[in-house]
Design a protein around this ligand. Structure first.
Ligand code: COA
Length: 389
């Protein structure tokens, strides 16, 4: 029985900062941000959008009544959780109207959380072939103003329905994972901003990739020529180029050319959004599926997930016949193209704003509501209130 990704949806807030303008303000050559880092626009979340509402919006864009009836496991991967106890999955379960007899949990391991969800969802569907699972990756990436990480911020969510006989991609059940306790990127409980040792993080990412790829090859006997394309976790889009160059260093030219040939399509969406942490790999995969001409039916796509701290995994999936009919390219392009540009003053003010941390009540500004349906309306008596428009 094939198990894998039956549907995939995406959501990002409807405001962004232009990276060339940000570079000018920071006294940096714009090409450093647009080419050196590879980002053109960066999504910024207003106060009424958080990891929960963005995940709900991504899910609402794909779920139908059959999904709502059959989903009995909601797995919410995030490193921007909004409560130390209650999982974001419980709110998303409610906001998306999924039937009650379901498990709902949150998973955390930096940008790896959604991959953990995907793997657990596969196991669940293997044991319960009539069930479906909803896997979410939703985050707001914040490093702070005037920091080296500033141009690699972003906000957004990906939602995937995992089922048997999936219509987009059947996932292979033979992956290679690795865990090592390192401090390349982390966010202490008190801080809204992530801490990162950027150069070390890049090195760790690449060394994890090398090790899990070698392990994957050993386990599966597959080589680069078994892959039509490879998608990577993207803290910024240049990372995929570094990763591809490292994987193809001694590869036959035709493999290197074919894999590099898919690079632009696999970064198109991420370039417009920035880092969405847990969702970044899946946003890249979505970008590849929607922006490429039809990929050969039955071709294999490699996927590399990396969550600082750190856990990495190389896994793969096979493109299903007729998959193009189940994508929403126009919706996603229009979501990205109809956003409003923030002035740099507006961006700076917004980035430094946060919800009260002293237990006081707040109502969010409903005049600036987004295109998404779900949003945070208020915090009252320390309880977060969400609504679906
Ligand atoms: N034109 C084109 N490219 C330029 C340039 C210009 N004018 N100026 C600089 N560059 C290139 C540099 O050569 C470098 O490319 P390389 O990485 O291929 O060598 C790139 O732009 C970045 O320059 P660098 O000086 O390394 O930038 P930085 O010290 O400001 O830091 C990051 C960049 C990515 C390390 C930093 O933004 C960061 O830490 N981000 C967070 C990363 C992260 O999220 N990690 C955790 C998850 S994996």
């Amino acid at each position: 029985m094939n198990i894998g990704i039956d549907k995939i949806g995406f959501y990002t807030p409807d405001q962004y900062v232009d990276m060339e303008k940000l570079a000018e303000k920071r006294g940096v050559e714009p090409a450093k941000y647009t080419i050196g880092i590879g980002q053109e626009r960066m999504a910024v979340a207003p106060l009424h959008e958080d990891a929960v509402s963005m995940a709900a919006n991504a899910a609402l864009s794909i779920l139908d009544d059959d999904d709502r009836e059959k989903i009995d496991f909601v797995l919410f991967g995030s490193e921007s959780g909004v409560d130390h106890s209650k999982s974001g999955a419980v709110w998303v379960h409610h906001l998306t109207d999924i039937q009650e007899n379901a498990r709902s949990i949150e998973l955390k391991q930096a940008c790896y959380g959604a991959t953990a969800g995907l793997k657990m969802a596969m196991g669940h569907v293997a044991l319960n072939p009539d069930s479906k699972a909803l896997v979410l990756g939703s985050d707001i990436a914040k490093y702070g103003l005037n920091t080296p990480g500033e141009p690699t911020q972003g906000a957004g969510a990906v939602a995937m329905v995992i089922s048997s006989n999936p219509r987009l991609m059947a996932l292979d059940n033979d992956s290679a994972a690795m865990t090592k306790d390192i401090s390349d990127f982390w966010r202490p409980l008190y801080s809204d901003y992530a801490f990162v040792d950027g150069k070390f993080s890049n090195e760790s990412y690449l060394s994890f990739l090398k090790e899990v790829w070698e392990k994957y090859k050993e386990k599966t006997d597959r080589e680069l020529n078994d892959f039509e394309a490879i998608c990577f976790h993207l803290p910024y889009t240049k990372m995929a180029k570094k990763a591809l160059l490292s994987l193809t260093e001694n590869a036959p030219e035709e493999d290197a050319e074919r894999l590099m040939g898919h690079y632009q399509n696999s970064i198109t969406y991420n370039k417009q959004v920035g880092n969405v942490y847990t969702g970044s790999l899946y946003l890249s995969m979505l970008s590849l599926l929607e922006q490429s001409e039809e990929l050969p039916e039955g071709s294999r796509i490699g996927l590399f997930s990396y969550g600082s701290g750190a856990v990495g995994e190389f896994f793969s999936g096979v493109i299903q016949p007729g998959y193009k009919a189940y994508l929403n390219k126009d919706t996603h392009e229009s979501l990205l193209n109809s956003r409003q540009e923030l002035s740099l003053d507006e961006y700076e003010e917004l980035l430094e704003k946060s919800l009260p941390k002293d237990g006081s009540d707040i109502e969010t500004n409903s005049e600036k509501m987004n295109k998404g349906k779900a949003y945070l309306t208020a915090i009252q008596d320390n309880i977060r209130k969400y609504e679906v428009k």
